[in-house]
Design a binder for this molecule. Structure first.
Ligand code: NAD
Length: 299
């Protein structure tokens, strides 16, 4: 039978990911600080425990899916963190989007306990998390990649080894900077076209069979009613929060500063989403950039 897996961080992404492990026949031991998330997973058949340390004392393969750097540091190295009880030989896979330097630091601390840490951030959003269609970008030792892949394949359709630890996060930070820019482009373009009198769905169809086609238009269109099931058609709830996109653009700007790599549009996008956070969009999906532009023009 399949060896049990631990899962810590059961939010918009981690919740459906952990459920896919259960659906695929794994026994899953979970922890989150949110009671509601734990209850949701208990109903789905998970074994709920009271701390990351409790997860690590029960199982030797753990996936973490947390908001950002401080949460990852706390869950791994905090007082009741994974590393306080981790078993030698454990495989610890972090799918959070964090600073690649933090991943490298976590890997060093894990190796002192004879455990392997791999970064494996994801692309695809909440729908892909639910349908098991995520892309995983994995950093870590090649020798451990096959073991990580066996687990991650239950939650995603692409599992790509990017190189040593931190390279998965490096790829992810690049992806999200581009995504952030393209969503603002999609939003201002759809907004202008609709003002010109085009039907939103017709405009989307034209753009998506033309050279403007991109994921922000064809899979995650920011205009309510153009696509079914996406956050824009659900009052921008339950997707990828604007505040998390600001976090990712901050990671990109840190990298850009360190490497002296010019990112003029990444920098502007960072500031636009930051203003959105200050205008009430922090917890809404980042495709609410479309609504933000609406607010700016009317009245
Ligand atoms: P979320 O805020 O919905 O979920 C995070 C979960 O972590 C919450 O349930 C929270 O209670 C839990 N948590 C926080 N601190 C904790 C701690 N100390 N111990 C245990 N649990 C803790 O976030 P999300 O949308 O699921 O995103 C998770 C990560 O995935 C982020 O790094 C994000 O950037 C990345 N990501 C998100 C999406 C998306 O579309 N939502 C897509 C790709 C990547």
């Amino acid at each position: 039978s399949k060896s049990p897996v631990g899962f810590i961080g059961l939010g918009n992404m981690g919740g459906p990911m952990a459920k896919n492990l259960i659906k695929n026949g794994y026994s899953v031991t979970v922890f989150d600080v949110s009671e509601q998330s734990k209850e949701d997973l208990r109903k789905a058949g998970a074994n709920v425990v009271s701390s990351p340390a409790a997860v690590a004392s029960e199982v030797d393969t753990i996936v973490t899916m947390l908001p950002s750097n401080p949460h990852v540091i706390e869950v791994y190295t905090g007082k009741s963190g994974i590393l306080s009880t981790v078993k030698p030989g454990s495989l610890l896979i972090d799918s959070s989007t964090i600073d690649p330097m933090v991943s490298i630091d976590m890997a060093e601390q894990c190796s002192k306990k004879n455990a392997t840490f791999m970064d494996a951030p994801v692309s695809g959003g909440v729908l892909a998390a639910a349908s098991g269609a995520l892309t995983f970008m994995v950093g870590g030792p090649a020798s451990e990649f096959p073991a990580a892949k066996i687990i991650l394949e239950n939650m995603g359709k692409n599992v790509i080894h990017c190189g040593g630890v931190g390279t998965g996060e490096a790829a992810k930070v690049c992806n999200n900077m581009m995504l952030a820019i393209s969503m603002i482009g999609a939003s201002e373009t759809m907004n202008m076209g609709i003002k010109l009198g085009l039907e939103p769905k017709v405009l989307k169809d034209v753009l998506c069979t033309s050279s403007a086609r991109c994921w922000s238009l064809d899979t995650y269109n920011p205009v309510p009613g153009v696509l079914e099931g996406v956050p824009s058609s659900k009052d921008y709830q339950g997707g990828f929060a604007t505040e998390l996109m600001v976090k990712d653009l901050g990671l990109a700007q840190n990298v850009a500063t360190t490497l002296k790599s010019p990112t003029p549009l990444g920098s502007l996008a960072h500031q636009i989403y930051r203003v959105m956070c200050n205008k009430g969009y922090a917890r809404k999906d980042f495709s609410s950039a479309y609504m933000f532009l609406q607010d700016e023009k009317e009245e």
